[in-house]
Structure formats: C-alpha cells, structure tokens
Ligand binder design. Structure first.
Ligand code: NAD
Ligand code: TYD
Length: 354
C-alpha cells in the first residue's frame, strides 16, 4: 500500500510527464492504466519502461472488472486520474467519446474505487486518495476586466469537452460528500511542454512553422489563456497528493495570461533563432487568421493563490524559459514527431482545417 499509485491516462501528454517525474523523484511504485487512444503513446515512457517501479496495463477506465481486479491485486494508496478525451475541437466534431470516457469512465472508476476503499481497514481508508485532474475550462469564459477564476467560481462550462469535465468533477465531489471517499480535485490552466500531441496550439504551431505551412490562428487571435509548463503542473499534483485536504479543490495556474497571437509570435521568433534554415523565414509570415472555433471561450485566468498559501506551490518556470525548452524539445525529437503525425493525425488535420 505504501506509496503505490495507479495513474490513469499515463501515456498521454501530462500523464507521461507525471510518470517520468514520479519515477525520478518519488520512492513509490506507479502502475499506468491507459487505453492508448490516438492521444496515448508508450514511446513517451521509453526511459522508464524497464524500471522496476513502473508497469503498464493496457485497458479502459470504463472496464469496471479490469479496474477492480487491478485495485485488488495492487492495493494502491492513491489513484491519479488523468485519463480523458482532452481536445476541445474534437469535442465539437464528435462529443460521444467525451461523455463516454470523461463522464461514464470517471463514474465507473469511482464505483470500482469506492468498493475497494470501503474494504480497507480504518487507517488505510484514511490514507487513501483519489486525485482527479481537471481543468480551468469548467468555470466558463471571462471578459477582459473580470476577476480570475477562484475555487468558489460557479461552474459554467461552454464546450462539450468542458461540460464533460465539469460533470466528472461533480461526481468526484459527490463521492466525497456522500460516501466520504478522500478525493482531491485539481483544476489547471493550459499546459505546454514535451510530448504534447500536435493538435493543440503550441506544438501545432511549431510543427507547421518548421514545414512552411500556414499557422491557423482562430478568430482575431485575442483569446487569452493562462499557460503553465507541464512539469510545474506535475509537481503541483504531487504536492496536492501529499498535502491536500480531502474534499478540497485546488486551482493550478501559471500566472501567465497571454493572447494566442502573442504565443504564436513568440514561437515564430524562437524558430527564427533556432531553426533559421526552415523553408519560410521569418516564420511569422506564415500566420493566417482562420474561421473562429464555435463557442470559443474568450479568456481564462486562474487565481492560484490557495495552493500557494496552503500547500506552498508556485510554478518554477517562467513562460520565457518554458517555451524555449519546449521549442528545443520539438526540434530535437523528430522521430517522436514522425511517429505521432502519421495516419490518423493527418486525417484530423485534413478534416478540421479544410
Ligand atoms: P491527452 O489527451 O494527451 O491524454 C489522455 C490519455 O488518456 C491518453 O493517453 C489516452 O490514451 C488516455 N485515455 C483516453 N481515454 C481512456 C480510457 N477510456 N481509458 C483509459 N485511458 C484513456 O490529455 P492530457 O493533455 O495529458 O490531459 C490529461 C488530463 O489533464 C485530462 O483529464 C485533461 O482534462 C486534464 N487537463 C489538461 C490540460 C492541458 O492543457 N492539456 C489542462 C488542464 C487539465
Ligand atoms: P488548445 O490548445 O486547443 O487548448 P484549449 O482550447 O483547451 O484552450 O487551444 C488554445 C487556444 O488556441 C484556444 O484559444 C484556441 C486557439 N487555437 C488556434 O487559434 N488555432 C489552432 O489551430 C488551435 C489548435 C488552437
């Protein structure tokens, strides 16, 4: 039981960064349960695949029998739940998978965990944690002068993605309130960094810019997001797991709000410096304004003072240091890019940007 955790969705962007950081910094064992959808990639975990503290189980969080069996056999002291469909644009094209994995999957996982947890002895029950990884998008959209989202901001999700995450957050809350399950929920802002699938803004722009392809900026490019380097998010999750109070929510943010156009311009300037032989330089000549995303949230902003005050976490990276590391990572990991941009990735890009 001691420090053994089951991570769901550990082959995705944030989950794989979390596992790599966990293995490097924690003494405990991590079991990764992942369905390996288009977004899951075991290559992200190559460095630890043979490590004695790491194991992988290929499976679906909706498969309650498999999850119950995994819990019984491994007797974890915590679940860290990342598994989700995570891309807003995909949720607009086809919301079914979002409801299935994010809502039904979280429900199914909670039911299996409740049964396992109820059978533990009293001290094990008190030590157990179910940490649910969620997003700032559940709070809705802000205007330019509005106060940032706090943990008490009412939920107001606008996309099928954020609605499905909000539903899962409510289920987690109810399992604490009704059954006493020791849950923790983290709501984090936009992440960026190594291993992010190139359908999301930052890696998509890096890859297109390198190939001399248009950089598709939605609408007027003035939508604002708060960007956090992924390893800072992973550290925050480890701190919440160790010190968070059951039943509580913690906002996690980068203190780094920027309009999308500024993010794209920064990437272009870095590539001018680091990859000057690309087909189109200056890279900013590739910026192309395209039709806006339907229902596009205007601004997200996180008040992350609670986690700092109560648990002592603040991000380590600034945007300048984090984005440079990220661009450098994509420049030096061409084999990874080749692999993830084959087949179904091409179909998505062709369909969405047609
Ligand atoms: P991702 O899409 O990169 O990875 C999701 C992982 O979950 C993949 O490995 C996939 O194979 C797995 N998965 C999907 N459905 C599954 C199922 N039914 N059973 C088991 N595994 C399944 O996502 P991400 O960006 O790493 O996000 C991880 C979590 O963090 C999500 O819950 C997301 O809502 C949340 N989050 C993401 C961000 C962000 O900026 N990326 C910000 C805040 C919160
Ligand atoms: P994204 O990375 O999809 O994250 P989210 O929608 O969860 O915040 O998008 C970040 C921002 O970038 C969002 O405002 C939409 C915008 N965007 C573009 O302008 N062009 C693109 O091609 C993509 C993928 C996103």
């Amino acid at each position: 039981m001691k420090n053994r955790v089951i991570v769901t969705g550990g082959a995705g962007f944030i989950g794989s960064n979390f596992i790599l950081q966990w293995i490097a910094q924690e003494p405990g064992i991590v079991i990764n349960l992942d369905k390996l959808t288009y977004a899951g990639n075991l290559r992200n975990l190559e460095q630890v695949s043979g490590h004695q503290h790491y194991s992988f189980v290929h499976g679906d969080i909706c498969d309650r029998e498999l999850v119950s069996d995994l819990l019984e056999r491994n007797q974890p002291r915590a679940i860290v739940h990342f598994a989700a469909e995570s891309h807003v644009d995909r949720s607009i094209h086809g919301p079914d998978d979002f409801v299935r994995t994010n809502v039904q999957g979280t429900f199914s996982l909670l039911e299996a965990v409740r049964a396992y947890w109820s059978a533990l002895n009293e001290s094990e029950r008190a030590d157990f944690r179910f940490l649910h990884v969620s997003t700032d998008e559940v709070y809705g959209s802000l205007g330019p002068g509005d106060a940032p989202f706090s943990e008490s901001t009412p939920y107001s999700p606008n996309s099928p993605y954020s609605a499905s995450k909000a539903a899962s957050d409510h289920l987690v809350r109810a399992y604490h309130h009704t059954y006493g399950l020791p849950t923790l929920t983290t709501n984090c802002s936009n992440n960026y960094g190594p291993f992010q699938f190139p359908e999301k803004l930052i890696p998509l722009m890096i890859l297109n810019a390198r190939k001399g392809k248009p950089l598709p900026v939605y609408g007027d490019g003035q939508n604002v997001r708060d960007w956090l380097y992924v390893l800072d998010h992973c550290e925050a999750i480890r701190i919440v797991l160790a010190k968070g109070v059951p039943g509580q929510n913690y906002n996690i943010g980068g203190w780094n709000e920027k309009p999308n156009i500024e993010i794209v311009q920064t990437i272009c300037a870095l590539l001018d410096e680091l990859s000057p032989k690309d087909p189109v330089v200056p890279h900013k000549d590739l910026i192309t304004y395209v039709k806006d995303r339907p229902g596009h949230d205007r601004r997200y902003s996180m008040d992350a003072r609670k986690i700092e005050r109560e648990l002592g976490w603040r991000p380590r990276e600034t945007f300048e240091t984090g984005i440079r590391k990220t661009v450098e990572w994509y420049l030096s990991n061409e084999a990874w890019i080749e692999e993830v941009t084959s087949g179904s990735y091409r179909q998505w890009i062709a369909k969405h940007y047609a």
